[in-house]
Ligand binder design. Structure first.
Ligand code: FES
Ligand SMILES: [Fe+2]
Length: 348
């Protein structure tokens, strides 16, 4: 058995809400081919994308009301995955069904639970509420990254890399040099970094609209297994941000959730939310495109890293101080995987 690298008993973002509609959307989640669509009521549905009859992907078929018709021999499945029509056959084999996955729509995402449906508690959907909070303005994208989703987790848990990967926008020397603190619970890890009285890097000087010394913060909140929300921002030095008053500065949230596609590829959903100038649509658009450029720099590094890992399967990684956050994240992921092993064995 190959090593399991993600828990199945977890909610994973499968799509942005706007991606799912009245046509069939195929997407692989945790190595499982899934087809998604909306019923006539608007409710999202997720079924296994493989026909019960001969495994042909249902996503190549079409909708008939709330049902899906297989493109090969026309078997029809309802939104619970049960076969409701077979050509030239009056009685329908009761075992004729495809798996249906629990779905929740929240924070502008369609979330899917690939594991045991009995454990799918909607209250466990990761908190990304800033994405549609009326006090914030947010927009984002989905990126397909050719790497193990945990490499994206590592990348976001240690922002030292901003200095080197994102030097022209959000990085400068202060990020790599500032001390940080790491804390954790059994499901979360937090890395807090304050950079006091520094030059604002180009991106933040632009957001603040003036050049002066700032206090900058990055507070990284990891929710196992793969959601990371980062409080970011700058405020002019001496205006009280480290003491809790961020009102003189510009404050944002970088929202990220990664969904394994396969063991070596992932869907990376992100959004940038801001708490200033929120009604300026042009700025929302500009920020989405700007952050997108920054994330393309990460994508290039991560895909190169995955290739190198594949070329050196026996390489042992050593951890530095800067890896403390990602070490905690990986420990919590590992714990979730270990916790579901007895359930998996019982189910097999
Ligand atoms: S493969 Fe779907 S109906 Fe035959
Ligand atoms: Fe980055």
């Amino acid at each position: 058995m190959t090593e399991q690298i993600f828990p199945l008993n977890a909610w994973y973002a499968a799509a942005y809400d706007v991606e799912v509609g009245r046509s069939l959307l195929a997407r692989k989640i945790c190595n499982k081919p899934i087809v998604m669509y909306r019923k006539t009521t608007g409710e999202a549905v997720a079924l296994a994308d493989a026909c019960w009859h001969r495994l042909v992907p249902l996503s190549g078929g079409e909708l008939n009301g709330d049902n899906v018709i297989c493109p090969y021999h026309g078997l029809e499945f309802d939104d619970s995955g049960r076969c409701v029509y077979m050509p030239s056959q009056e009685t329908i084999n009761p075992s004729a069904c495809v798996k249906s996955y629990p779905v929740v729509e929240k924070h502008r995402f369609v979330w899917i639970w690939p594991g045991d449906p009995a454990l799918a508690d909607p209250a466990k959907v990761p908190d990304m509420h800033w994405i549609n909070d009326p006090e914030w303005a947010a927009d984002g994208k989905r990126i397909h990254v050719k790497c193990d989703y945990r490499l994206v987790v590592d990348n976001l848990m240690d922002l030292t890399h901003e200095t080197f990967v994102h030097g022209s926008s959000i990085g400068n020397r202060a990020v790599a040099e500032a001390p940080f603190q790491t804390t954790h619970t059994d499901r979360t890890a937090t890395v807090t970094r304050w950079m006091i009285d520094i030059d604002a890097p180009p991106f933040w000087a632009g957001q603040l609209g003036r050049k002066e010394h700032v206090d900058r913060w990055q507070i990284i909140h990891f929710q196992a297994p793969s959601t990371i929300c980062i409080e970011v921002g700058v405020a002019p030095t001496g205006t009280g941000a480290p003491q809790g008053d961020r009102s003189k500065g510009v404050e944002g949230m970088v929202l990220n959730t990664m969904t394994p596609e396969t063991d070596k590829t992932c869907h990376y959903f992100w959004a940038f939310a801001r708490h200033y100038d929120i009604h300026n649509q042009a700025r929302t658009h500009q920020l989405r495109e700007g952050v997108s450029t920054v994330f393309r720099e990460d994508e290039a590094v991560l895909e190169a890293q995955q290739k190198a890992i594949d070329d050196n399967p026996d390489h042992v990684f050593y951890n530095l101080n800067i890896d403390a956050g990602s070490m905690w994240a990986r420990k919590l992921i590992q714990q979730m995987i270990a916790d579901e092993q007895p359930l998996r064995i019982a189910a097999e």
